[in-house]
Design a protein around this ligand. Structure first.
Ligand code: HXC
Length: 461
């Protein structure tokens, strides 16, 4: 019925109420109901079918999967765009709610603010009204202290609106920056995101993509072809592989919409709601004093032999659950979230399995390494370091006798010199690693540390 109404409107036919209500104009409740139904149908059944055919869910289906059942409270369902140029003010170009669904809901009982761009309405493009709706949820999220999750599927600035739409981006970007460090911001890219639509995700804390159906690019393949004469597909230019393995813009990719949304729910459980909240502590059935005997043998005695740091991480964290971030990028370092005795921990591990080379130097390892140092030094959370092995002895013994190298290894490439100087707190039996970390985290839970007042810091860019 609602689909029929949209099709009639599109065809310029008289509204159904004329027949239904015997010629009288609809009452306010009837009008509200009609708008509500139209809003639920977005750009119409035909476009919904096209979305499904591409293997994508609709904006509303995505929200329903992301949030706990019956927890979604929608805002601004009746907001319409205000553009009157290019015939945009005709009824057939007005969609209640415009091209984004916004509101709040719960993920495993915890509050989150959400916006979900609706590709069935003008390709999810950003009108002034669309931007206003997003800004409203961002403002409320900061006020109450809850994360913002953006489900992105947008052709960029609404071309018909010109500067109105560009000003909308400015409002969102400003909020992205002001929210940073106050509430977590997570972007899930679920369709083409072109033009201005790429920058808000890039300003958020985490950006995830869906394989084969999501893209991030400033200008699409057609523009690239016309400017540089290069032939490139959407996938090559800005697909999940490009951004998770090459550019580093996105932090992880998932198989499809459902997989992505379920993973997002899981990921959300690791995060605090805001900078005023501690990270959540989950009930833990994995004993904190569990010994991990395999750790006594996993690191080979020979310093040149590689091992897999993921084996070590999985063996010490609760229930072997590790949510890896950027698994395909800079693979010689492993980062992600896990829990120790129910507490969220961030893990950073060297990955000896993956070698680095000259490309690192050309790629600016000094500059990027400085960012890492900055981030470690700036963090005020409890920090625990486990040193599993060290190396790089050969360099000073080039062309010298093997005995000299062995003497050096004996003297320095072992834990004693550092322990004797107090640079490491203890030398532990590897199998006790989990027990020791859990215990230390208990003690460090009350850690307080503050940094000197700054107008702002200068992170090396
Ligand atoms: C208005 C748009 C739109 C847009 C898509 N549509 N993008 N309408 N403004 N930006 C409409 C299309 O006209 C079409 O309507 C419907 O959405 C679906 O789009 P298709 O092109 O049929 O879909 P698809 O083939 O999947 O291609 C998706 C796409 C492509 C790759 C996103 O639509 C595209 O390239 N769009 C333009 C992208 C772009 O250049 N954006 C930059 C805007 S400027 P009909 O009715 O025909 O079905 C910008 C600058 C911001 O963002 C700077 C701020 C810093």
């Amino acid at each position: 019925m609602a689909a029929l109404r949209v099709l009639r409107r599109a065809a310029g036919a008289p509204p159904l109420w004329r027949a239904a209500s015997g010629g009288r104009p609809p009452s306010v409740p009837e009008r509200i109901e009609e708008k509500r139904r139209a809003a639920l149908l977005g750009g119409g059944q035909g476009r919904i079918d096209a979305q499904h055919k591409r293997g994508k869910l609709t904006a509303r289906e995505r929200i329903l999967l992301l949030l706990d059942p019956d927890s979604f409270d929608e805002y601004d369902m009746f907001v319409e765009h205000r553009c009157s140029d290019f015939g945009m003010d005709s009824n057939k170009n007005k969609y209640p709610g415009d091209s984004v669904v916004t509101g709040r809901g719960r993920i495993n009982g915890r509050l989150a603010y959400v916006f979900s761009q609706d590709f069935t309405v003008f390709g999810g493009s950003l009108s002034g009204a669309h931007a206003q709706k997003i800004c409203k949820v961002m403002d409320q999220a900061v006020m109450v202290g809850a994360p913002v999750i953006g489900l992105n599927d947008s052709g960029g600035a609404r071309i018909q609106e010109g500067v109105e739409s560009l000003a909308g981006y400015a409002d969102i970007f400003l909020r992205n920056v002001l929210c940073s460090g106050v509430v977590p911001q997570i972007s899930l890219i679920m369709g083409p995101c072109a033009g201005g639509a790429v920058y808000s995700p890039a300003l958020t804390d985490f950006t995830f993509m869906v394989k084969d159906t999501s893209y991030l690019f400033i200008t699409g393949p057609d523009v690239v072809k016309s400017v540089t004469n290069e032939d490139v597909t959407q996938e090559q230019l800005g697909g999940a592989k490009t951004h998770t393995a090459v550019s580093g813009v996105a932090h992880r990719a998932f198989e499809n919409d459902i997989d992505a949304l379920l993973n997002l729910r899981e990921f959300f459980n690791y995060l605090p709601l805001s900078n005023r909240d501690p990270a959540p502590v989950c009930e833990c059935h994995d004993p904190s004093d569990r010994l991990v005997p395999e750790l006594d043998t996993v690191v080979p005695i020979e310093s040149t032999k590689a091992y897999d740091m993921l084996d070590i991480i999985h063996s010490i964290v609760d229930e072997r659950e590790f949510f890896e971030i950027m698994p395909s990028y800079a693979r010689n370092i492993v980062v992600g979230f896990a829990r120790m005795n129910g507490r969220t921990v961030g893990i950073v591990g060297n990955q000896p399995k993956v070698a680095s080379g000259t490309a690192q130097e050309y790629g600016g390892i000094i500059r990027h390494g400085a960012k890492l140092l900055f981030a470690f030094a700036e963090a005020t959370v409890p920090k625990i370091t486990i040193i599993t092995r060290k190396g790089a002895v050969q360099i000073i013994f080039r062309g010298k006798e093997a005995d000299a190298e062995a003497e050096y290894v004996d003297k320095f490439a072992n834990p004693f010199p550092a322990a004797m100087r107090g640079f490491v707190d203890d030398i532990i039996q590897p199998s006790t690693t989990r027990m020791r970390i859990c215990h230390d985290l208990d003690v460090l839970a009350s850690k307080t540390q503050s940094s000197p007042w700054k107008k702002h810091a200068n992170i090396p860019l």
